[in-house]
Design a protein around this ligand. Structure first.
Ligand code: ZN
Length: 185
């Protein structure tokens, strides 16, 4: 379980640290609000995609399955600021498929943790490999990082793209090109 007391104390200290008056009207419930919010946006720490990805359906041999524009919200572990964008997931089934909503669920489980976009991309791909055992997987994440756009170099709208390939996709230019074509690139 998430320790809400610790979070409340930490947020109070943080506000004191930046020189705020924690007793003023607008801030007095902020530590508690953040504790409750963290319970939701970090819920993935206690979750696994196993349940979602274990419900598979047998299928005749078919080509690539691709789900795109899966919107996600995550939190950068270096700055605890949001990064958010869209995921595209493709896999080549080896006799079994999962419901499409389960792909989005898998993204959510890993996104709701302190994260790095690179690791998030790999975790999604590896979960599919582990539970679905497909012939190949390719995952692309495109996201805007608030730690880049609201501070430092300030490049609003800059998108970070990460791509991971596993299995048949890894060595196949042809499959990767098919992925990008289906993604509309
Ligand atoms: Zn960051």
């Amino acid at each position: 379980m998430i320790d809400k007391d610790k979070i409340r104390q930490a947020v109070t200290l943080l506000l004191e640290g930046i020189g705020e008056d924690t007793a003023r009207e607008g801030l007095k419930d902020t530590p508690d609000r953040i504790a409750r919010m963290y319970e939701e946006i970090f819920a993935g720490l206690k979750q696994s995609p196993k349940e979602a990805l274990s419900k598979t359906f047998k299928t005749a041999d078919c080509g690539m399955v691709l789900e795109k524009d899966i919107v996600f919200y995550s939190t950068c572990e270096h700055h605890l600021l949001p990064f958010y964008g869209k995921a595209g997931i493709a896999y080549i089934p080896d006799g079994k498929v999962v419901g499409l909503s389960k792909l989005a669920r898998t993204v959510e489980v890993y996104a709701r943790r302190p994260q790095l976009q690179e690791r998030l991309t790999a975790q999604i791909a590896d979960a599919l490999v582990e539970y679905l055992k497909p012939k190949g997987v390719m995952v692309m994440l495109e996201a805007e990082h608030m730690c880049m756009t609201m501070r430092g170099v300030k490049k609003p709208g800059a998108q970070t793209v990460t791509v991971v390939t596993r299995g048949d996709f890894a060595g196949s230019q042809h499959l990767q090109e098919e992925f990008w074509r289906l993604m509309g690139r």
